[in-house]
Design a protein around this ligand. Sequence first.
Ligand code: ITT
Length: 199
Amino acid sequence: MKELVVATTNQGKLREIRGLLADLNVNVTSLADYPDAPEVIEDGDTFEANALKKAVTIAAYTQKLTMGEDSGLEVEALDNAPGIYSARYSGEGATDERNNEKLLSELEGVEPERRGARYRSCIALVKDGQTIAVVEGDCRGEIATEARGTNGFGYDPYFIIPEYGKTFGELDPSIKARISHRSKALAQVKQKLAEYYKD
Ligand code: ITT
C-alpha cells in the first residue's frame, strides 16, 4: 500500500487528516511511527514557511512522500494573534486548556461584533527534495465567551461558526470536515495526490 507521512505529533490534526484522506487508499503514517525523526524547529515567519520546513525535514529523513501542515487561529481584535504561535500561545508547557484561558483573558470585555477570527491551514507536500504542492485554506468564525462542546481539539470549543450559531466543539465532526480550513487545504492537496499516484 502507498504511504503518506504526515509530519505531525498533533493527534487532533492527524485524526482529521486521516478522515479526510480515507477514500484515497493510502496508509497515512505520522511522527508517532518515526520516533527517531529529527525535531522540526518551527522558526518560520509564516504558516507556509513552517509547513514547508516540517515537510522538507521529515521527507529527507523518511525518504517518503511527506506532508507538513501548519495552522493556527488569527483573531482580528488581537492583531491576528496568536497566528503561527497558536500551539504555544500560553508559553512553555502550553496545553489547549491554557491556550484557551489566555485567549479568553486577552479578549475580556471585547464586544461580540469585534470577536471575529479565522483559522488558517497551510499544507506542503514534498518528496525527494521536490515541493509537489503548497496550498492554503481558511475558515471564518467568532470567538465565544465560554467553552461550548467537546468535539475537535485546540480552540474548537470557542470557535463559533456564525452560519450554524454553534462552535466546532458542538458541531458534528462531519460538518467540520466539510467547512474547515484544513479540509479546504486538503481538498487541493488531494488533487495533487491523485496526479502523483496515477502511474
Ligand atoms: P505539529 O507541528 O506537530 O503538526 P502543532 O500542534 O504544533 O503540531 P501547529 O504548529 O500547526 O501544530 O499549531 C496548530 C495549532 O493551531 C494547534 O495546536 C491549535 O492550537 C490551533 N489549531 C489549528 N487548527 C485547529 C483546529 O482545526 N481546531 C482547533 N485548533 C486548531
